[in-house]
Every structure is written in C-alpha cells, then in structure tokens.
Design a binder for this molecule. Structure first.
Ligand SMILES: CC(C)(COP(=O)(O)OP(=O)(O)OC[C@H]1O[C@@H](n2cnc3c(N)ncnc32)[C@H](O)[C@@H]1OP(=O)(O)O)[C@@H](O)C(=O)NCCC(=O)NCCS
Length: 339
C-alpha cells in the first residue's frame, strides 16, 4: 500500500447512548497529508472511536513522524473524556460513515477543497438527523428524555435546529467573512475570503463563493459563485442539476442576480439578471442587437456559461430579452464599495 492519502483528520465528537456517532469536530483537517503522517496513522481504523491509550500511541508515532502539531492534538484528545476519532481517507471515495462524512464537510468549509472537489455520494444516507441543542448534538430518539431531564433541573433544553447538517460556524469560521445569521450557512459550505452573507442569504453544503461577494439570496447545493458576484435579496440559484438536466449550475465572476430573481442555468462572467426575473433553462429568450432589435430566439440553456449578458423581462411586452451587459461592472463596483 502506498503512503499517499486524500485526507486526514483527528476529531472529537458526540455519540448517542448506543455509541453511534452523531457528529464530529475536526480542528485541523488535512488534505493530501504527507507520507510520514499517513504511515503513522495507518494502523487506526477509520471512523472507530479511539481509546486514550490508542491516542497516546498515535501521538508518539506522529511525533516520530515529525508531525508535532497533529501529535499535540492527539494528546489533547487523549486527555478528554469526549469520544475521539482518527480518519484517514486513502482515496476520495464516497464517505462510509459519520466521521468520514464530517471530515469531507470540514474540507469544504476549511477551503481545502472547492464544491464538487470531493466525492459526497451517499452522504445523506450516512448522516443521522440530529437535534442541535444548547447541550450539543442529541439523538432524535433520545430527545424527549433529555428535554424532560432538563425540565427536572428547572432548565429548558433549547433546540435550535433539527437537521442532518449543523451550522458551519460551530465548526469553523473561515477568515475574512461576514455572516449576519449563522444558522443560514450549513457545514460543508465553502465561503471564500471577502464573502458577506446577509440575513436572508443561505449557503448549502457543497456550494459557496470564491469571494469576494455579496450573498443576500440562496445558494443551492452544488452551486459555486465566482469572485465579485452578487446574489440579490431573495434571489436564488436552482440546484445542481438544472431542471433534471445535466447542467451544473453556477455563476462566473462579476455577476448580479437582482432581487427576487434567479437562475436555472450557469452564468458566465459579468452577467446580470434583472430583479424579479427567474430564468429557467427552458425560458425562451429574445436576443437583441445593439439597436434593441430582436435578431433571434434561444432557450436559456443554449446561453449557459456565456459572458457579458443582461437578461430582463420587457416591461411592455412581457418577453424575456437578452442584451449585451454594459452596466454590470458599474453595478458591482457600487455594491462592493461597502462590503
Ligand atoms: C436590469 C437592470 C440591471 C437594468 O439596469 P440598467 O442597466 O441600469 O438600465 P436602466 O434602468 O438605466 O435602463 C436602461 C434602458 O433600458 C430600459 N429598460 C430597463 N429595464 C427594462 C425592462 N424590463 N423592459 C423594458 N425596458 C427596460 C429603460 O427604460 C432604459 O431605457 P431608455 O434608455 O430608453 O431610457 C436593473 O433594472 C436591475 O434589475 N437591477 C438589479 C438590482 C438589484 O436587484 N440588486 C440587488 C439588490 S438586493
């Protein structure tokens, strides 16, 4: 077996009363770990809970491998009473268990891989649905008892969310971002430097922004938004596979999707969609020349990935039109001036 691997992480997490993982926090996930680290960690069974003794042994091997930082991490985990785990992903295969799934979500939110940069096949089936509370992650089947126990202590167990994915900011806050409402960004989101997510903005896992950018709308799973682009208030991007087709949705650089607008096709660079216009892949679009005359019609999917386009719904005729986008840069400069 070679000493190369896709990723490695030492984590601490929560198990239910049956010893099944609910979630794992990886403070220092690694992409393509060095060979010495891979051989030091090779004996750990990926995803198994590690005893304090095993963690201490692992710490010694990591130290000998010259991995002082990861060795120190292993020792701190050995000192804790919380369940700990080491995950070594030899290849970028579909996640096989909860710790592997969580490591992959961390790789995305730590900006170690971009959306679509790791295989997440079957992730939904692997992750348990969890009650995220002020006492941490609680198994749904154990929630009623935990609520009752809290009441008997004169307290309320605050359940802020019931979901397979926790909020990203309880695991990592990448440098240079603003997030007005932290519950709107799931673990597994990729937020590039200079990204602002306003209160109505939402970023799903395996989706995100290259940064900088202003997100006041919804970024669906699988969608990546290029540098300097804006998703206006209430605007949205359709999911990864547009209309059941094979188009991977996204936006290039310097784009603006106006308030309450949306796109079901990937946009190239410097494209604008007028506020309120939701462009689906099948929308018939009249293409205008520089004089404003319609020269041809096309389905929006035929314009996927093309740059410098402005889409609007003609307020006199109701027809969706496509023009060359002259105002894109100005609009974005103004919007970014106060990022
Ligand atoms: C589509 C949009 C970008 C056009 O803005 P613009 O390029 O500055 O264009 P203007 O409003 O100056 O209009 C230019 C011309 O096109 C015409 N026009 C604009 N929109 C039109 C429409 N939907 N139908 C017909 N004509 C239209 C204008 O009447 C004007 O005509 P004129 O040259 O004869 O006076 C803008 O309307 C828009 O929707 N911006 C989104 C802003 C936004 O939502 N930001 C996010 C906030 S959260």
């Amino acid at each position: 077996m070679t000493d190369s691997a896709f990723a490695f992480g030492l984590g601490v997490g929560t198990e239910n009363s049956k010893g099944e993982w609910l979630e794992v926090f990886f403070p220092q996930p690694l992409l393509n770990p060095p060979a010495a680290l891979v051989s030091a960690a090779a004996e750990c069974d990926s995803g198994d809970t590690l005893s304090a003794n095993k963690l201490a042994d692992l710490a010694t091997r990591l130290e000998q491998a010259g991995e002082a930082g990861q060795a120190a991490l292993a020792l701190r985990l050995a000192d804790s009473s919380q369940p700990a785990v080491a995950v070594l992903l030899r290849e970028d295969a579909p996640p096989a268990n909860v710790p592997e799934g969580y490591l992959k979500l961390h790789l995305l939110s730590h900006r170690l891989v971009q959306p679509h940069g790791t295989n997440l096949d079957g992730l939904f089936g692997i992750l348990p649905n969890v009650a995220w509370t002020n006492e941490g992650a609680v198994d749904i089947g154990e929630l009623a008892e935990r609520q009752f126990a809290a009441r008997l202590r004169g307290e309320v167990l605050e359940v802020s969310c019931v979901d397979k994915f926790p909020k990203m900011t309880n695991y990592v806050v990448p440098a240079g971002v603003r997030i007005a409402h932290t519950a709107r960004v799931r673990l597994g989101a990729y937020l590039g430097e200079g990204t602002t997510v306003m209160h109505e903005g939402f970023v799903n896992f395996n989706a995100g922004t290259e940064g900088p950018g202003m997100i006041e709308g919804r970024i669906s799973a699988g969608v990546m938004i290029g540098a300097g682009s804006d998703l206006g208030g209430g605007a949205s991007t359709m999911g990864t596979l547009s209309g059941g087709g094979k188009l991977v949705n996204g936006m290039g650089e310097g784009c603006l999707v106006g308030a309450n607008g949306g796109t079901g096709i990937p946009l190239g660079d410097r494209c604008t969609i007028e506020a309120g216009l939701y462009l689906t892949a099948g929308t018939v679009v009249a293409i205008l020349d520089s004089e404003g005359n319609a020269v041809e019609t096309a389905k929006a999917r035929e314009l996927a990935g093309r740059s410098d386009l402005l889409f609007r719904r003609n307020s006199r005729t109701g027809a969706v039109e496509c023009l060359t986008n002259r105002s894109a840069v100005e609009l974005n400069e103004e919007l970014h001036a106060h990022n």
